[in-house]
Design a protein around this ligand. Structure first.
Ligand SMILES: Cc1cc2nc3c(=O)[nH]c(=O)nc-3n(C[C@H](O)[C@H](O)[C@H](O)COP(=O)(O)O)c2cc1C
Length: 272
């Protein structure tokens, strides 16, 4: 199998495909030869699609990938529009009871899967729980973990105020998953070193896509921490064999509407 097919009637031999390849897997003599893959290109290619995407005339088609849709610069959000999206997204902690329908959820994940992953590995999996009772049961197991840390006098129990969180849970509120009707757990092979980074980038994309569709989200930090080490919660999650949690996010329709964009502290930048 060859790595790609070149439509010689279109190719201008401009060498752009070779220039963008992250692993120099394409040879071309500008103006003289058509692009050709190096010997071990098929084994080393990470299928990032740059060679295909950069070609102005659509002359290169990867064997494993269809020609993608064209990039339309007119559809790109302006900086002002992006500012509204980035600054308008908030951590939602008051949710309506009804879960986000699966079609919308799938649509959000469908955009999040375009987030970058290290070496384009695309190893992430998505567990979506949209059963409120099950989510409350999982939150309860994270509270059990907090009980355990308090009993063990673990310093994290004090620094994260876990006794207060336990008390809030016992009084009927949910400081772990905030009564969200949805929970998304991103997972990856347990031995994948960059699972947390890839998951965080994917979930950051997820939350922006969700916001664009009127869906609220909140990072589930306590829940993710507990899921990483508390066996009863790991058992309850039932991730596919060999998989471990990367990160998790609450999901649901917001009960409240935000009207303003609060400030953050100024960026600490050093220039050199
Ligand atoms: C990694 C991470 C973990 C978080 N974990 C929680 C959490 O467990 N519970 C919660 O209510 N908020 C959690 N948050 C939300 C932050 O408190 C929130 O992002 C921050 O206060 C800024 O507010 P904003 O997201 O509305 O802009 C987490 C955020 C991040 C980035």
């Amino acid at each position: 199998m060859s790595l790609f097919v070149i439509d010689e009637s279109k190719c201008k031999q401009d060498g752009l495909c070779a220039a963008v390849c992250p692993f120099a897997l394409i040879t071309v003599e500008a103006g003289k030869t058509f692009p050709a893959p190096v010997d071990d290109a098929v084994e080393r290619c990470i299928n990032c699609g740059h060679c295909m995407a950069v070609c102005p005339v659509g002359a290169l088609t990867l064997e494993k990938m269809e020609q993608g849709t064209g990039l339309d610069p007119k559809q790109l959000p302006s900086y002002a529009q992006l500012t509204q999206l980035v600054r308008g997204r908030r951590s939602i902690r008051c949710y309506k009871k009804e879960p986000v329908d699966r079609e919308t959820m799938a649509r959000i994940i469908d955009l999040a899967r375009y987030a970058p992953t290290a070496r384009n590995s695309q190893l992430l999996g998505w567990l979506v729980i949209d059963n409120g009772e099950e989510i409350r049961r999982l939150a309860g197991l994270a509270v059990d973990w907090m009980w355990h840390l308090v009993a063990e006098k673990d310093p994290r129990a004090v620094s994260y105020g876990m006794e207060k969180l336990i008390r809030a849970w016992e009084n009927g509120s949910d400081p772990i998953l905030r009564g969200a009707p949805g929970l998304v757990v991103v997972h990856a092979p347990a031995d994948y070193l960059l699972a947390q980074v890839d998951s965080a980038i994917a979930l950051n994309t997820f939350e922006l896509a969700a916001f664009a569709l009127g869906v609220g989200t909140c990072w589930a930090g306590f829940f993710a921490a507990a899921s990483r080490i508390w066996p009863p919660l790991q058992d309850a999650l039932q991730l596919p064999p060999g998989q471990a949690i990367g990160y998790a996010m609450m999901v649901g329709y917001p009960k409240l509407k935000y009207q303003r964009l609060p400030e953050r502290i100024a960026a600490r930048i050093s220039w050199r």
